[in-house]
Ligand binder design. Structure first.
Ligand SMILES: [Zn+2]
Length: 177
């Protein structure tokens, strides 16, 4: 196995085309999504494609350039429906460990999607979306929870907008950017 193949293949279940963290390592801001979708997998980057585009625009409106911050997912690949249970949790732990490593030293973290919010805070995203939360795993002074951007196709965009505004207001208050 070449270095490249190794890098883009899950070392636990051997799923190919995983999506590792990307973006600016030195940014004080990290966004953690749930798992990569079809377009993210084909491009090898988190938060691209249709819903990613809406997300980008909403972040840009509050002065956060998605290209200048750090991005990762809780899962590096889509959790399989028929995956063996041991792999399911091992792959989750592997992705989470990498996300926690990415979070080290970050000042502001946006937790995106139900699985991500649940994993890091033990809260249901419906109860804490748009709010500042605490996590036993993450030490950033600012952590905000948000619904998955795909939700905007099912409900209203306002939910995401409020979460992003809250996130940016806290970042401004602490003069992080
Ligand atoms: Zn895996």
């Amino acid at each position: 196995m070449s270095w490249d193949e190794d890098f883009f293949t899950c070392t636990i279940c051997e799923t190919e085309n995983i999506v590792p963290a990307s973006g600016n390592k030195n940014s004080p801001i990290l966004i953690i999504g749930a798992y990569p979708g079809k377009e993210e997998i084909s491009k090898g980057r988190p938060f691209v494609g249709g819903t990613g585009e809406i997300f980008r625009i909403e972040l840009a409106k509050v002065g956060i350039d998605i290209n200048s911050i750090r991005l990762c997912n809780l899962w590096q690949h889509k959790p399989w429906k028929n995956q063996k249970e041991e792999f399911y949790f091992q792959c989750l732990e592997d992705g989470a460990t990498k996300a926690i490593a990415e979070a080290k030293g970050k000042k502001a973290i946006l937790l995106v999607g139900a699985a991500t919010v649940k994993y890091f805070t033990e809260f249901s995203v419906s109860n804490v979306a748009g709010l500042q939360v605490k996590s036993d795993y993450l030490s950033a002074p600012i952590i905000v929870a948000m619904h998955n951007p795909a939700q905007v196709f099912h409900s209203v965009i306002g939910e995401m907008r409020l979460s992003i505004q809250k996130f940016s207001a806290l970042i401004e208050k602490d003069k992080i950017l």
